[in-house]
Design a protein around this ligand. Structure first.
Ligand code: PDD
Length: 286
């Protein structure tokens, strides 16, 4: 079941006019929210980021947080899996083709749910391969825009060589992955690039830094150079659907000793424990 502009329906019945600006221009934003045991994870934070994205492209938020929460609750109940991930898509709506904003047009609101399958243990045990590429995206990567063409082309470069992610480098520094945030472990310190216009402010990224702070894992939020990436002991990838994964090969060479490292193992366990706490409805402190 999906939600489209006020109605719940099977996805096969959902229809959007071809003049929707999402289709014509990629003129919209989205969010991805994981759901564990039918509870949306970090909902307030995801809705705050959605507001930031909407503000960034000047679409008025069509719903209050309470309305969003109610819609998501209904959609979660209407779908089978206990663990799901929700995609919220908002476009500028349907209008005659013209770059300038149309007047008096209601945004299109679409929400879909898929069963959430977190990465299998076999993959976590070996880690995954990544490649690097030059970050050729625009300068508002903090907006979760549906126009993802650069990210698609960059991620496909990884898939074409049997890797799972492309790590992006801009002017000698690492920004993020094509569809994830990246952490580097160097000299025993977890390094995270600072949140700014060059990367998506990841919700999982925030959780990881909170866990590091709460459990005395040394960390620094600062620019991370390409040299530090290439000489890292560990590389970690984070996203709402992949949680935390170790990158154990970069551009065909082993990262550290080529197997998942201590910082990954510790953070992964902390993340799983934290999730369970949130799922039980206990105070969600790290
Ligand atoms: N992508 N950076 C980019 C470019 C991303 O697309 C994502 C997530 C992240 C991680 O953010 P978060 O931890 O909030 O999921 C960082 C999602 C999963 C997607 O587009 O499907």
């Amino acid at each position: 079941m999906i939600y489209l502009n006020g109605d719940f329906m099977p996805i096969e019945e959902a229809r959007i006019p071809v003049l929707d600006r999402g289709f014509i221009f990629g003129d919209g934003v989205y969010e991805v929210i994981p759901v564990y045991s039918r509870r949306p994870f970090r909902l307030a934070e995801h809705l705050r980021r959605l507001q930031h994205s909407l503000d960034g492209i000047r679409i008025k938020n069509p719903h209050s947080d309470a309305e969003w929460s109610g819609l998501l609750e209904q959609l979660i109940a209407a779908n089978e899996s206990d663990d799901q991930y929700l995609y919220l898509h908002i476009t500028r709506g349907v209008a005659k083709r013209d770059h300038a904003f149309p007047k008096g047009v209601a945004p299109t609101v679409f929400i879909m749910s898929n069963p959430l399958l977190t990465p299998p243990q076999e993959l976590l045990a070996t880690g995954v391969a990544a490649i690097t590429a030059s970050d050729n995206r625009w300068l508002r990567c903090d907006i979760k825009a549906i126009s993802l063409l650069p990210n698609i082309l960059l991620r496909q470069m990884a898939v074409d060589v049997g890797a799972v992610e492309t790590m992006l480098l801009r002017e000698g520094f690492m920004t993020e992955g094509a569809a994830s945030n990246i952490f580097v472990v160097k000299d025993g310190v977890l390094l995270a690039p600072p949140k700014n216009h060059l990367m998506l402010p990841g919700i999982t990224y925030d959780v990881v830094l909170e866990l590091a702070a709460a459990h005395d894992i040394p960390y620094e939020v600062r620019e991370v150079s390409e040299y530090e990436v290439r000489t890292a002991q560990e590389l970690l990838l984070t996203s709402s659907t992949k949680e935390i994964m170790p990158i154990t090969r970069l551009d065909g060479k082993p990262v550290g000793d080529g197997s998942p490292g201590e910082v990954f193992t510790q953070l992964y366990q902390l993340y799983q424990n934290y999730k369970v706490t949130v799922m039980r409805g206990d105070t969600p402190a790290p």
